[in-house]
Write a protein that binds this ligand. Structure first.
Ligand SMILES: [Zn+2]
Length: 408
């Protein structure tokens, strides 16, 4: 297939990981937590679900409160298994990035139903899973990136002013895990390099210094990232990118790598017709269980680092909708012009908690090098130029209806 990243067509892993991942993917319906239907997941709802999962497997899942957020919501550590390889992960450090939290909850649900399966027994005997779900519950409450103070917790790894950052740092230091997963959502309009394909998952083994040198800790993280690329690849081939690896000394991923935990950032991006990211949530669940099993069996050690390093970088080159080649006509002195119109769909929430999606015009002109989730063909058609303007909020269906044939 043209534009398919070359490294994503081959798989290197062994040890039964692909078969396990496939069965997780195919049977997802039987264990997903169906109560979660929206990515506006809040702390109360999550805590209710976690309490039920704990009751379903009291001997397997332990939950300990590590502290509270700046606004007083509990931040908890979930522990499963008693193996010597410690795998530490934290999700939703940014409050409006819940995809991995949902995926983690599904993965716990799978474990609760399949405790006696050989793969889960292996995970629980070889690894200890250490999970902080929803590190930023105050942000989640408001569906905003930042903490209640407006601080980006991922720029507070050095100064440690927020409770959330203090809790994460203290947990990392007291647990000293070998492996770390920093779980985020990214802008859903990134593409995989210039391929024109949306970046559904971006991976990163963060740098530890400005020179981006490797040491055994980062090399192990790159192996894990390569294994993850191979795990995701059968489902989203060509839709996997590499996140920008510039060193950021205030960020947790970079810091935690420096502190000796092999850390991989997983960013959940976009997928066509999936505004609630339910498909990407499924991919998170499947990949997390898959990589835990891979670490439990040491399969990841055989991964080819090139499968990570050759992933194209994220590029921002995508609009939700482009009306292509439409003529703008004006009643005054302005001559007609042919343009493409880039429109992104923005979300807002009304007082009754209903999510509204509205179009906003974000570019006008020659967008022939830009990609889109949806194309509206405007060739041979015209629009009243007064309906179009930068930053204008638009009803896309109304615009579609307003387009008339040029010959009329
Ligand atoms: Zn984030």
């Amino acid at each position: 297939m043209a534009g398919l990243a070359f490294s994503q067509t081959t798989k290197s892993f062994s040890g039964g990981v692909p078969a396990f991942v496939r069965s997780l993917y195919d049977s997802y319906d039987t264990y997903e937590v169906k109560q979660i239907t929206s990515r506006r997941l809040k702390h109360d709802e999550m805590m209710g679900i976690l309490a039920r999962l704990k009751d379903a497997m009291p001997a397997v899942l332990a939950m300990k409160q590590l502290g509270v957020s700046d606004e007083g919501r509990s931040i908890n550590l979930l522990t499963l298994g008693n193996g010597k390889k410690k795998i530490f992960m934290w999700s939703q450090m940014h409050g409006d990035e819940p995809t991995a939290t949902m995926g983690l909850i599904d993965a716990l649900s799978y474990i609760s139903k399949h405790r006696e399966s050989p793969e889960i027994k292996k995970i629980l005997s070889e690894t200890t899973l250490l999970i902080i779900p929803m590190l930023n519950p105050d942000g989640a409450e408001r569906f905003q990136r930042r903490s209640v103070y407006g601080i980006d917790i991922n720029r507070d790894a050095k100064r440690l002013q927020t409770n959330e950052a203090k809790i994460l740092k203290a947990a990392r230091d007291s647990l000293s895990p070998e492996f770390g997963f920093n779980l985020h959502d990214q802008e859903p309009r990134y593409t995989v390099g210039m391929s024109g394909k949306v970046a559904t998952i971006a991976l990163l083994a963060p740098a530890m210094n400005y020179e981006k040198t490797d040491n055994p800790v980062r090399l192990r993280a790159k192996k894990v990232a390569a294994e993850l690329a191979d795990i995701f690849s059968p489902y989203i081939a060509g839709h996997i990118s590499r996140y920008d690896d510039s060193y950021e000394p205030r960020a947790f991923g970079d810091k935690i790598q420096t502190w000796g935990t092999s850390t991989v950032l997983i960013e959940s991006g976009g997928w066509k017709d999936d505004p609630e990211k339910m498909y990407i949530r499924k991919l998170n669940c499947v990949a997390l269980l898959g990589i835990w099993y891979s670490i439990a069996t040491d399969s990841y050690e055989k991964a080819d680092i090139a499968h990570y390093e050759s992933l194209p970088e994220n590029k921002q080159n995508l609009y939700d909708i482009i009306i292509r080649g439409v003529t703008l006509k004006y009643s005054g002195a302005l001559a007609p012009v042919i343009v493409d119109i880039g429109i992104n769909v923005e979300e807002s929430v009304s007082a009754d908690s209903v999510v509204h999606r509205t179009g906003r015009i974000v570019d006008i002109g020659d967008l022939s090098t830009s990609q889109t989730f949806e194309t509206i063909d405007g060739s041979g058609k015209y629009l009243d130029g007064n309906l179009v303007g930068m930053e204008k909020r638009v009803d896309v269906e109304a615009l579609r209806t307003a387009m008339k044939n040029v010959s009329e």
